[in-house]
Design a protein around this ligand. Structure first.
Ligand SMILES: *Cc1c(COP(=O)(O)O)cnc(C)c1O
Length: 235
């Protein structure tokens, strides 16, 4: 992390620039920009930089690891109770309890076992957390998510049979491919099941995602700058 990009003014400017680009992409697509939520992905960044984004007025954030979130967020949320935090990384069943305690949204519901664990935990805590089902839109073996052809059944099982608060779908398309094809496919799957929230698009392709109907774009680098290299393996 360089000295320049830990300047609060830069985070404010970056947020403004990203929002302007979202507005322009929405207008170009004949959409109301208000229908696109910017999820600021703050993984690996320290609480000071996140606090700068909160001070700049931003209210919706995403993290990809439970443990890291627990280290950073309770204090931040205490100071800004209207801030909302989503999990956008993989959730292990043994961390479901902690995840339900901390997050306001879970974007990575990707298997039946996790659905069952969430249902149990929502009951136990008397608290529901909005869930997005993660679709492995490019059917990549190394990626998490439900395969497109299994999506309709999985959505129905979670929402209708298990009564989980499923609000939408999320995907991470294959790198180095035309993302629009995958975004279009995700939007179709969502429409078929009557789900109106679609989380797709990152720093490199969020305008394309807006064009294809994203209601949540997940942007990290374009707001906070390059992430410091991590030492540890993903959890
Ligand atoms: C890190 C991450 C992002 C943000 O990626 P950038 O390219 O930094 O914008 C979005 N979604 C998920 C799931 C991520 O893990």
């Amino acid at each position: 992390m360089t000295a320049e990009n830990s300047n609060p003014a830069d985070i404010l400017q970056n947020l403004r620039a990203v929002k302007t680009r979202i507005d322009e992409a929405a207008h170009a697509a004949g959409r109301d920009p208000e229908t696109v939520a910017l999820v600021a992905i703050s993984k690996t960044h320290g609480v000071d930089r996140i606090a700068d984004a909160i001070t700049a007025g931003h209210r919706l954030f995403g993290e990809n690891r439970v443990q890291e979130s627990e280290a950073k967020w309770p204090a931040l949320l205490e100071g800004a109770p209207d801030v909302r935090l989503h999990l956008v990384g993989p959730l292990q069943s043994n961390k479901v309890k902690r995840a339900v305690q901390l997050y306001h949204g879970i974007q990575t519901l990707d298997r039946l076992k996790l659905a069952r664990a969430l249902a149990r935990e929502f009951d136990a805590q008397g608290r529901q957390v909005e869930c997005f089902i993660q679709i492995n839109i490019g059917e990549e073996p190394q990626k998490a998510g439900i395969r497109p052809r299994e999506a309709d059944g999985f959505i129905a099982e979670c929402r209708d049979t298990m009564d989980l608060p499923i609000v939408g779908l999320m995907c991470i398309p294959p790198a180095d491919e035309e993302a629009g094809l995958y975004f279009g496919l995700l939007a179709e799957i969502a429409a078929r099941s009557g789900l109106d929230r679609i989380s797709m698009g990152m720093s490199g392709d969020f305008e394309t995602a807006v064009r294809f109907g994203a209601t949540h774009v997940r942007v990290g680098t374009a707001i906070f700058g390059q992430r410091p290299k991590l030492r540890s393996a993903p959890e």
